[in-house]
Write a protein that binds this ligand. Structure first.
Ligand code: UDX
Length: 497
């Protein structure tokens, strides 16, 4: 879209360092952002993408984007502190390692003389590769980056990779502590209303707050990271949000008041697909696992809107008990299903080691279902055979479902997922909220029948269709996310931060 001339040689060339959290969701959408910056700036910008060694190894094996990005793109790698052989190499690091990895990486970013510090300042540690950095785009969870960027004299834009509604509840934690909504007082009534999250009073209950609010403990490392994020939020030069204006509700003007320079550029995967004029997302996959593309052939053979897609994302795990409840719920509902069982996502009931899937489930699947260890999810949710999504409500999954016009059954696990599930069901009304705190085969069966059966199916599909249309308009020429993305690229190219 750039019509103006490139920056003259008297000013440094634009060079962005992108620094995601080392987990699938953030890596995926920040690589998509890198893709957009490179293609829309006509190579006027170079991008250095900082990942951990572990993520890098997985991306070069499985991502189709990385090979396509050209000479203005470079990976830089840093250690995540967990060692090379300590974890099962088949599984990327999970939620329980997130706080440790974030603290390790923040420590490196703050340490004078560290490799990461040099990469943030110059895009590289090796003298021959160094080039002044004109903007850092870091995940909003790295609260320390405000000080690091200030010390390095580089503007900082945060990419908030969680949902804006989840982010807003994070930002309200100090207010909730002041009003004693937190820690929960008296009886542990999870249905009690939360009144100190402005704009969400009408529907937010204790059970809808991010998981770390339950048994609130200021010493919990995730809470400490969140509080640091909250403190530093208003100090960045801008914030990128993976959302579109038309999706956001009453609370959003409060968020904007804290940081007026917001770039709502989502749904990012749709924005990228439109800008690259791609019909399929096959060539823009940033996956950390090997995708099983055969499930698309299986879907081709199923009737329209007949299949429930089941996936709990890249970090969550279910116990064997929960697996059996989901399984019998699915079986008794008599619905066709496509189920992702990621390596490591089924654990024993004590919550520890990976558990084997019982033979009755393996055998029983063959009749009406298809099971894969990792799916090309964006394509699956865009397939016409998919009629519903039983999801953990991770923010990327939620957006991908909205884009596909697919109604959801929400079974949230942690962080922003609890808030997302409430907004999906109570505000957008494009799904059903499974009782968040127990997984019961009767509930699963009833919800599937309600979502996919004849009585309410058309109602859900119609509403989901409207949302999908709004998303498509937002990224189309002149739409809200289209314009926001142009503004972001211009601000990067002309170094306006
Ligand atoms: C976590 C949090 O739970 C989420 O709420 C937060 O916003 C980011 O970090 P995660 O479990 O990774 O997310 O879920 P989600 O945000 O939905 O991202 C999962 C990604 O993996 C999606 O982009 C999805 O398309 C992809 N995926 C998942 C696949 O490509 N194939 C699969 O089989 C399953």
């Amino acid at each position: 879209h750039l019509t103006k001339t490139s920056p003259t040689s008297s000013i440094p060339e634009p060079h962005v360092v992108i620094f995601p959290l080392p987990i699938q969701g953030p890596v995926n959408c920040m690589l998509k952002l890198a893709d957009l910056i490179l293609s829309l700036s006509n190579s006027a910008v170079s991008v250095t993408f900082v990942v951990t060694d572990f993520i890098h190894r997985r991306l070069i094996h499985h991502s189709t984007t990385a090979a396509r990005l050209g000479k203005n793109f470079r990976f830089e790698t840093v250690p995540d502190g967990l060692g090379d052989g300590g974890d099962d190499d088949e599984n990327p690091r999970g939620l329980y390692q997130l706080a440790d990895m974030t603290n390790t990486l923040q420590g490196q970013a703050q340490a004078e003389g560290s490799r990461l510090r040099a990469v943030l300042a110059y895009g590289a540690a090796e003298p021959g590769l160094k080039k002044a950095v004109t903007c850092i785009i870091a995940d909003g969870f790295y609260g320390c980056m405000v000080d690091v960027a200030k010390e390095l004299g580089v503007p900082l834009v945060y990419f908030e990779t969680i949902s804006p509604c989840g982010l807003w509840t994070y930002l309200c934690v100090p207010n909730m502590l002041r009003t004693r909504d937190l820690p929960f007082q008296g009886e542990n009534d999870l249905d009690a209303a939360i009144t100190s999250v402005p704009g969400m009073e009408a529907y937010l209950r204790r059970r809808d707050l991010p998981s770390f609010c339950r048994a609130y403990d200021p010493k919990n490392p995730i809470i400490q990271l969140v509080l640091n994020q909250v403190k530093n939020f208003p100090k960045a030069q801008g914030h990128i949000l993976n959302t579109f204006d038309e999706l956001e509700g009453d609370y959003f003007h409060n968020l904007r008041a804290l940081c007026p320079n917001l770039y709502n550029i989502g749904p990012l995967h749709l924005n990228l697909k439109c800008r690259l004029k791609q019909k399929s997302t096959k060539s823009i996959s940033n996956t950390l696992w090997q995708e099983d593309r055969q499930c698309l052939e299986w879907l081709d053979a199923q009737p329209r809107k007949s299949v429930l897609f089941v996936s709990i994302g890249s970090l969550a795990s279910m116990t064997k008990d929960q697996l059996m409840e989901i399984w019998y719920g699915l079986l008794n509902s008599k619905t066709r299903f496509l189920w992702v069982r990621r390596p490591g996502s089924i654990i024993d009931d004590e919550g520890g080691k990976e558990a084997a899937v019982p033979i009755e489930v393996v055998e029983g699947t063959k009749e009406r279902g298809c099971v894969v260890s990792w799916a090309p999810q964006e394509e699956v949710l865009g397939h016409e055979a998919i009629g519903g999504f039983l999801t953990h409500c991770g923010w990327n999954s939620t957006l991908e479902s909205i884009v596909g016009g697919v109604p959801m059954i929400c079974w949230p696990f942690f962080v922003d997922q609890q808030v997302n599930s409430r907004v999906v069901t109570e505000v957008w009304k494009i799904g059903l909220d499974m009782n968040k705190d127990e997984c019961d085969r009767v509930v699963v069966e009833e919800m599937i029948k309600e979502l996919m059966g004849t009585t309410r199916r058309e109602e859900f599909l119609a509403r989901a269709g409207v949302m999908a249309k709004l998303a498509a308009q937002a990224v189309d020429v002149g739409g809200s996310s289209y314009n926001s993305l142009n503004r972001l690229i211009d601000d990067i190219v002309y170094m306006r931060f």
